[in-house]
Design a protein around this ligand. Structure first.
Ligand SMILES: C[S@@+](CC[C@H](N)C(=O)[O-])C[C@H]1O[C@@H](n2cnc3c(N)ncnc32)[C@H](O)[C@@H]1O
Length: 184
C-alpha cells in the first residue's frame, strides 16, 4: 500500500501526521517498508513564519508530502509477473526523494488532486503489468487514469457524487476500457 499523506501539519496546531499515521497503520496490522519523500517544490504555502526573525517561536515547515509504503505478510511477491519499469526509472525512483510538481486544483477542479506522476511511479515500481490497483479515495480519478495508461486493471471508490462524476468524465476521456459504472 502506498499512502500519500503530509509529513507534518501546522494549521490548528503542530502534528506529526506521517509519524502518527504510520504508527496507527502498524497497530492495525500493516508492516512498514519505507517512506518516500515527495518534494513538490511548492513554496506558495509559506504564510506562517511564527516569530519572524526571532528565536522565540519560529515555524519550520518542509514543502514535502510523503508516500508511506506498507505491506501485509511478506514484502516479496510470491507470484511472478512482467515489470515494465526501465533501468533509469528504477535507479531514480528507488532513491526515496522524488521531485516533481504538484497538480493544479483549479485545472482539475478538485481540492486535492495529485499529479499523474505520483501514481505512475508507485504503479510501475510496485506492481506487475496486468495487476489490479485499488484507490479507495479516488477523488478526480488520477490513480485509475495512471493504471489504465500502464496496462493495469483498477478499481476506484469515491464517496462524493460530484467527484465521482468528475472522475468518470476524466477516466472516460483518457481510458478506452471503462466498465461497470455505478453510483452506490
Ligand atoms: C485527497 S482526495 C484524493 C484526490 C485524488 N488523489 C486525485 O488525484 O484527485 C480524497 C478523496 O477521498 C474522498 N473520500 C473521503 N472519504 C471517503 C470514503 N470514506 N470513501 C470513499 N471516498 C472518500 C473525498 O471525497 C476526496 O475526493
Amino acid at each position: 500500500m502506498c499512502l500519500n499523506i503530509p509529513l507534518d501539519k501546522n494549521k490548528g496546531g503542530q502534528q506529526s501526521v506521517c509519524a502518527d499515521v504510520t504508527h496507527i497503520a502498524k497497530q492495525i496490522g500493516f508492516k512498514y517498508h519505507s517512506t518516500i519523500i515527495w518534494n513538490e517544490g511548492n513554496i506558495s504555502r509559506r504564510t506562517a513564519w511564527g516569530s519572524w526573525l526571532s528565536a522565540s517561536a519560529p515555524y519550520v515547515i518542509a514543502p514535502v508530502e510523503t508516500i508511506v509504503v506498507l505491506y501485509k505478510e511478506n514484502w516479496k511477491k510470491e507470484q511472478k509477473g512482467i515489470s515494465d519499469i526501465t533501468r533509469d526509472e528504477f535507479i531514480e525512483w528507488t532513491n526515496g526523494l522524488w521531485t516533481f510538481s504538484g497538480e493544479s486544483k483549479k485545472r482539475i477542479g478538485h481540492p486535492a488532486p495529485f499529479p499523474l506522476e505520483l501514481p505512475k511511479r508507485c504503479i510501475k515500481l510496485f506492481s506487475y503489468v496486468g495487476d489490479a490497483v485499488l484507490d479507495p479515495f479516488l477523488g478526480s480519478g488520477t490513480t485509475v487514469i495512471a493504471a489504465c495508461k500502464l496496462g493495469r486493471r483498477s478499481i476506484g471508490v469515491e464517496i462524493d457524487e460530484k467527484y465521482y462524476q468528475m472522475s468518470i468524465e476524466r477516466i472516460s476521456k483518457e481510458c478506452a476500457t471503462l466498465k461497470g459504472l455505478s453510483w452506490k
